[in-house]
Design a protein around this ligand. Structure first.
Ligand code: HPA
Length: 274
C-alpha cells in the first residue's frame, strides 16, 4: 500500500461527494444501524472503492456512508475489516488512512467486546483509556508510510478531550459506562478461560478482535482518536454461557438506542471543533 494508492482512493471519494467530513466513525459488530441516522447519505460499497478490501463478516455491511449528522459532515464505516478475515493489518487500516487523506481529523472507533472487569455487565459500555496490542502484528510494519514518524509515540493513544465528550454523551443517554484498557487479539476464536484469566491479571478490562490496529494507524496519521466498546458478554469462564456471534450481535442490538443517542450527542458537542 503506497501513498499513490491512498491518493487514488481519496480522489475517488472526492468525486463521489462535495462533503469534506472531518469526523469519522467505525461501526462495530451489531452497531452498524447508527448509519441509518445519517442525512443525505451517499453509500459506497468497499468493493467499489479502489484498493479497499471487501468485508466478509455478518453484521458488517461493508460500505462507507458519507452524509451529515446533526448538520455535521461525517464519514461512517458501516462494517469494518479484521485481520482474522485473512487480511493483513495494512489492508485493515487502508480505509482509515484513506479517510485521513480525504481530510478526516477526528475518529471514533466502536466495537463489541468481552468484559474482563468484574464490575461489567453485558450491555455496559467502556470508553478506552488505553490498549494492549496482543494481535501479534502491527499495521506500521514495512516501509514507513510518510504520513507519520517511523516510531510513533503511544503515550496517549486515546484523546482525553474526545473521551470527555464521549463520556458526557453516554451519561446523557443514561448508559452504564466504564473506562479501561482494551486488549486487542487476533481472533477469530473467542478466548480460552485461561487466556481470560491472563488478560485480567495483566490489567485488561475488555477484550476484542479489532480497534488496536486502527488506533495505531490513525495515530500515526495524526488523527485524534477515541474508542468505545459495547460490552456484549463477559469473557470466557467469567459466566456460564458459551459465546456466539449471534448473542454478541443481539446484545449490541439491544444497546443500540443508547449507543445512537450517545454518539449523536458526541457529534453535536464536537461540531464547534471541526
Ligand atoms: N472476546 C473477543 N472478542 C469479542 C468478545 C469476546 O468475548 N465479545 C465480542 N467480541
Amino acid at each position: 500500500m503506497t501513498m499513490e494508492n491512498l491518493r487514488e482512493s481519496a480522489a475517488f471519494l472526492q468525486k463521489k461527494t462535495a462533503l469534506r467530513p472531518k469526523l469519522a466513525f467505525v461501526l462495530g459488530s451489531g452497531l452498524s444501524g447508527f448509519a441509518d441516522k445519517v442525512e443525505g447519505a451517499v453509500r459506497i460499497r468497499y468493493s467499489d472503492i479502489p484498493h479497499f478490501a471487501a468485508s466478509t463478516v455478518e453484521g458488517h455491511p461493508g460500505q462507507l456512508v458519507l452524509g451529515t449528522l446533526a448538520g455535521v459532515p461525517v464519514a461512517l464505516m458501516q462494517g469494518r475489516l479484521h485481520a482474522y478475515e485473512g487480511l493483513t493489518q495494512q489492508q485493515v487500516v487502508f480505509p482509515l488512512r484513506t479517510l485521513a487523506q480525504f481530510g478526516v481529523t477526528h475518529l471514533l472507533l466502536t466495537n463489541a467486546a468481552g468484559g474482563l472487569n468484574p464490575k461489567m455487565k453485558p450491555g455496559d459500555f467502556m470508553v478506552l483509556r488505553d490498549h494492549m496490542n496482543l494481535t501479534g502484528a502491527n499495521p506500521l510494519v514495512g516501509a514507513n508510510l510518510p504520513v507519520g514518524p517511523r516510531f510513533p509515540d503511544m503515550t496517549e493513544p486515546y484523546d482525553k478531550k474526545l473521551n470527555k465528550l464521549l463520556l458526557a454523551g453516554l451519561k446523557k443517554a443514561k448508559a452504564r459506562v466504564h473506562q479501561g484498557v482494551y486488549v486487542g487479539v487476533l481472533g477469530p476464536t473467542y478466548e480460552t478461560a485461561a487466556e481470560i484469566r491472563f488478560y485480567r491479571k495483566i490489567g485488561g478490562d475488555a477484550v476484542g478482535m479489532s480497534t488496536v490496529a486502527e488506533t495505531i494507524a490513525a495515530r500515526h496519521a495524526g488523527l485524534h482518536v477515541a474508542a468505545l466498546s459495547c460490552i456484549t458478554n463477559l469473557g470466557t469462564g467469567l459466566s456460564q454461557v458459551k459465546l456466539s456471534h449471534e448473542d454478541v450481535k443481539d446484545v449490541a442490538d439491544r444497546a443500540a438506542n443508547k449507543f445512537t443517542l450517545a454518539l449523536l450527542e458526541f457529534t453535536k458537542s464536537l461540531a464547534s471543533e471541526l
